[in-house]
Design a protein around this ligand. Structure first.
Ligand code: ZN
Length: 270
């Protein structure tokens, strides 16, 4: 999943870097740049951020107000008193643990899955497709990452550095880029790691939940990273392909699931 951009300049820089890399070292060289539904993902890129930012402020305010004082002041002071580099490393672990748990919950709960299915409807992976995330999914998952950082008292600079790294890594892991991390692939999430999360192959279902640190999946027993790449991506359920339809899809699907089943022809006649 992709973080929201701090400003237009960052967005343009991200676009420039990843469009260039996908041209220079493509993972799937046959994939069209203007692949199916690219325009819809541009809508996500430009519109979703506003909705997500507003929702994130509300969700974080609620959570942090409800849990105010839950963390001992001495612990917060000890965290904030550490060197910046150490805080940043710890922020990666804390935030991605929150992300891992929230992401796993989005796969485990049928209600939450309908929101997350929008992201998994990606059938051609690239830097742009990674932005296709339902606002509810994005808001809850980012709250799970950020709330522990604020509660534990990490410095603003440590959270900022983590946030920038998260933003770039989120785009990278979805991108159509052939980039091998070597032995680091077990430590930092790579395109190979996250492409397998999107694979529409039975053995890859519910694997690789981490956003940044694959070893969290090793600990959770959900790591799957064979040497080959997936043969196909996406989901089998009929997720619509337009932004407005994708926004309401989870609620419509939940309503349909809750509605009593129509009587079969046999029951109706009998
Ligand atoms: Zn997922």
């Amino acid at each position: 999943m992709v973080s929201q951009y701090f400003d237009l300049g960052t967005l343009l820089l991200v676009a420039l870097v990843f469009v260039s890399l996908e041209g220079l070292i493509p993972l799937r060289s046959g994939q069209k740049r203007l692949r199916a539904h690219w325009l819809n993902d541009v809508v996500f890129l430009l519109v979703n951020g506003v909705v997500v930012k507003l929702g994130l402020v509300v969700a974080l305010t609620l959570v942090l107000t409800a849990l105010q004082g839950a963390m001992p002041a001495a612990l917060r002071a000890a965290v904030a008193g550490q060197p910046l580099w150490l805080q940043v490393i710890e922020a990666f672990v804390v935030a991605d643990t929150g992300f891992y748990l929230a992401h796993r919950a989005f796969h485990a709960s049928p209600f939450l899955w309908r929101f997350h299915a929008i992201h998994h409807s990606i059938e051609e992976m690239d830097w742009l497709a990674g932005h296709r995330v339902h606002p509810v999914d994005q808001i809850l998952t980012k709250t799970a990452s950020l709330a522990p950082l604020f509660m534990l008292g990490f410095s603003e600079m440590a959270i900022f550095v983590w946030g920038v790294a998260y933003q770039w890594q989120s785009v990278l892991i979805h991108a159509n880029i052939r980039l091998d991390f070597g032995p680091l692939k077990w430590v930092l999430a790579s395109p190979r790691f996250h492409h397998w999360h999107h694979a529409n192959e039975q053995e890859a279902y519910d694997k690789n939940f981490a956003g940044q640190l694959p070893f969290l999946d090793a600990i959770g027993g959900t790591l799957f990273m064979p040497d080959r790449m997936p043969s196909r991506y996406g989901v089998d359920e009929p997720v619509p392909q337009r932004y407005d339809q994708q926004l309401v899809y989870p609620l419509r699907a939940a309503a349909q699931a809750a509605a009593p089943a129509a009587p079969s022809a046999g029951e109706a006649s009998g």
